[in-house]
Structures are given as structure tokens and as C-alpha cells.
Design a protein around this ligand. Structure first.
Ligand code: NAD
Ligand code: DAU
Length: 339
């Protein structure tokens, strides 16, 4: 079995590469990644010498490079993680989101059509459903919830999903789609809430909470997401969408307070800043379908996962300190300098 994993130098993709190489020692895993600001080759250092692993630096938007790779490797499956993934960046600069997330998806599927594969899996997001109100805790996203996007990021992911389903219906491409809630864990890029707060707290810097901090996200430990995708690509039904989430809703402010407590830092570091434009209020996944059909259940409780994550950031300071010492400083100044 040969699997192309796009975006495997990013947060979830790298965790998926590690999971697959560990669990299936006879599989060949090819990571296709263009190494944008969010991709990090040092993350993949532990597997670079593994004979079952190959890294290829190219963009999923580069048709020639993608087709050449398919010609060489004749993959059985593709799991498409590659994307521009940060909502705040999409608000500043939507164009690259459309290029990578939509056009890149098309090119990967065109290659699948030409060379033939047994499965194309699209890693999507719960953000395609828009948001839920805070005063209706009885409501959850199911696979039937209408697409109702808020940000250029979520609109680009939803567009890609529609294209994937069109390739299934029109060309019979054997596709699956997963829509997961917020992930956390090792190798999470420090522009995102949890690693940003950990890094800032460790540096005794202000902890910038958007708006009132009441917005709710449904957190899932990254390994649980990887295990769900592993199940879907092997046992999921083609043409189907599977929601992934572990019923772990938390308000942003509570997450930040937990991080302060774990790191023994004062809550006085918390600073309320101007809200994100179009900020989604609440995400909450109903994972009944993947549970009933494929037997998936999350294994890591948030109380344990957040401790493991904080420990990882304490033990791997070099990984994130290298990131935040470079170009990231300009990004941080632009996004938070005058907020
Ligand atoms: P990330 O930003 O950490 O990593 C993205 C990776 O894709 C990077 O390695 C980057 O170099 C690569 N990439 C970007 N553009 C590329 C291109 N044109 N060609 C090849 N590679 C390219 O993202 P992440 O948080 O790991 O998210 C991975 C996927 O999971 C995305 O599709 C995202 O929409 C989805 N998702 C993320 C979450 C979450 O909480 N992080 C939740 C649900 C779904
Ligand atoms: O739900 C899945 C999505 O989760 C994925 O599709 C996205 O790729 C991923 O980035 C994530 O999107 P969010 O916008 O929910 O994640 P983020 O970490 O950017 O923000 C989480 C919440 O924290 C959100 O309500 C905004 C808030 N926030 C974020 C940052 C970076 C702050 O209050 N302060 C911050 O500095």
C-alpha cells in the first residue's frame, strides 16, 4: 500500500505520518508538502531515514509536479491535508486560500482520476457548517447540517468539499470526506490558540483573548483525529462525509485559564483584544455516524491531553522557539500589535 499524504509537514499531517508508519510498517508513506510558513521539515526528522518514507517538496497546485509524483509512485491512496489553515490569515489575504484549498484539491483529484486510486480522502473541517448559538446547547453539527460558511478559510474548505463530492458523482472517483473539530497536541503551529497561549505564557507575554472569550470550540486530541482518518480510509464508505469530534466543548477563556494554571502563570496576563471579524460563536460535532458505522471513539480526555500537550511544548522549546523567532514576529506584530 502506497499512500500520498499531502501537508505532512504541518500539524495534523505530521502526526498522521507518524501514526501510519508506526501502525503499518509495510506501507509506503509519501509526504507531499510545499513547506509554506506552516510546514516544518524538522518535524519529520525522526522518519526521514525510514525506508518506508519519502518526502517530496512540491505544491499541490503544481500540476506537473503532482502528475510526475503519481507517475513515479503509483499511489493506492491520497490523504489531502495540505491547506492554508488559519482563519485570521484568510481574513487578511483570501486569495492563497482559494488557490491551495480549492485549486490544489482539484489537481490532486485530477491526478487520482488519471492514474487510478482506491481512495481519495479529503481532510475537511467542522467550520463548513458555520456556527451554533451559545444558548442552544442541544444543537450539534451532523453530516446533514447545511453548509453555511463564515470566513474565506471555511468558504474555501466548503468549496473543496463540494468539488470532491462532484468528482464522486460525475467521475466515480472513490472519495471520502472527514469534518473534524479543533485539534490540539504536539507540533501545533504557534499562531493557533492553544500553542500561542502556551508560548506567550512561558515568555510572560500578554495572552490575547478575542472579544469576550466566550466563543466555544470542541477540542479533540490530534492522535484521535488521525485514528479516525485511518478508520475512514480503510473502512469508510465512498461518497460519504464523516464528522469527527469528541463532545468536548470549552469556552476560549476557560482554556486560557487552564493553561495559566498548569504553567503557574498569573491570570493577569490575560488581555481582551478586538474580536475576530465574523467570529464563529460555537462549534459542536455530533460524531454518531463515525461511532455507529466504524466504531470510532476518542481515547484522550481533554484533562489528560492538555497536560500532555503542555509537557510537549516544555520539552520541545527549540521547535517552537525557532518558529516564533523568525518571520512569525512580523506576523505577530501585524495581527496583535495594535489590536
Ligand atoms: P497546518 O497549517 O499546520 O499545516 C498545513 C500543511 O500544508 C503545512 O505543512 C504546509 O506546508 C502544507 N501546505 C500548505 N499549502 C500547500 C501546498 N500548496 N502544497 C503542499 N503543501 C502545502 O494545518 P493543520 O492544522 O495541520 O491542518 C491540516 C488539515 O486539516 C487542513 O486541511 C485543515 O483544513 C484541516 N483541519 C484542521 C483542524 C485543526 O484544528 N487544525 C481541524 C479540522 C480540519
Ligand atoms: O474547527 C476546526 C478549525 O479549527 C480548523 O478548520 C482550523 O484550521 C483551525 O485553525 C481551527 O480554527 P479556529 O479559528 O477555531 O482556531 P484558532 O486556534 O485560530 O482559534 C480558536 C479560538 O480562539 C477562536 O474562537 C479564536 C480564539 N483566539 C485565537 C487566537 C489565535 C483568541 O481568542 N486569541 C488568539 O490569539
Amino acid at each position: 500500500m502506497t499512500i500520498i499524504v499531502t501537508g505532512g509537514a504541518g500539524f495534523i499531517g505530521s502526526n498522521f505520518v507518524f501514526h501510519m508508519l508506526n501502525k503499518y510498517p509495510d506501507y509506503r508513506i509519501i509526504c507531499l508538502d510545499s513547506l509554506t510558513y506552516a510546514g516544518n521539515l524538522s518535524t519529520l526528522a525522526p522518519v526521514m531515514d525510514n525506508p518506508c518514507f519519502r518526502f517530496v517538496k512540491a505544491s499541490i497546485t503544481d500540476r506537473e509536479a503532482v502528475f510526475k509524483l503519481f507517475e513515479e509512485e503509483k499511489p493506492d491512496m491520497v490523504v489531502n491535508f495540505a491547506a492554508e489553515s488559519h482563519v485570521d490569515r484568510s481574513i487578511e489575504n483570501p486569495g492563497i486560500f482559494l488557490e491551495t484549498n480549492i485549486m490544489g484539491t482539484q489537481i490532486m483529484m485530477d491526478a487520482c482520476r488519471k492514474y487510478g486510486i482506491t481512495r481519495y480522502h479529503q481532510v475537511s473541517t467542522d467550520e463548513v457548517y458555520g456556527d451554533l448559538p451559545l444558548d442552544r446547547p442541544d444543537l450539534f453539527f451532523t453530516e446533514e447540517t447545511p453548509i453555511h460558511t463564515s470566513s474565506p478559510y471555511s468558504a474555501s474548505k466548503a468549496s473543496a468539499d463540494l468539488l470532491v463530492l462532484a468528482y464522486y458523482r460525475t467521475y466515480g472517483l472513490p472519495v471520502t470526506i472527514s469534518r473534524c473539530s479543533n485539534n490540539y497536541g504536539p507540533y501545533h503551529f504557534p499562531e493557533k490558540l492553544i500553542p500561542l497561549m502556551i508560548a506567550n505564557a512561558l515568555n510572560d507575554k500578554p495572552l490575547p483573548v478575542y472579544g469576550t472569550g466566550e466563543n466555544v470550540r470542541d477540542w479533540l486530541y490530534v492522535e484521535d483525529h488521525c485514528k479516525a482518518i485511518d478508520l475512514i480510509i480503510h473502512k469508510g464508505r465512498t461518497g460519504e462525509v464523516y464528522n469527527i469530534g469528541g463532545h468536548n466543548e470549552m469556552a476560549n477563556i476557560d482554556i486560557v485559564k487552564i493553561i495559566c494554571k498548569e504553567l503557574n502563570k498569573p491570570e493577569s496576563l490575560i488581555t481582551y483584544v478586538t474580536d475576530r471579524k465574523g467570529h464563529d460563536m460555537r462549534y459542536a460535532i455530533d460524531p454518531a455516524k463515525i461511532h455507529n458505522e466504524l466504531g470510532w471513539l476518542p481515547e484522550t480526555r481533554f484533562a489528560d491531553g492538555i497536560k500532555k500537550t503542555i509537557k510537549w511544548y516544555l520539552e520541545n522549546r527549540e521547535w517552537w522557539e525557532t518558529i516564533i523567532s523568525g518571520e512569525y514576529q512580523n506576523y505577530y506584530e501585524k495581527m496583535y500589535g495594535n489590536r
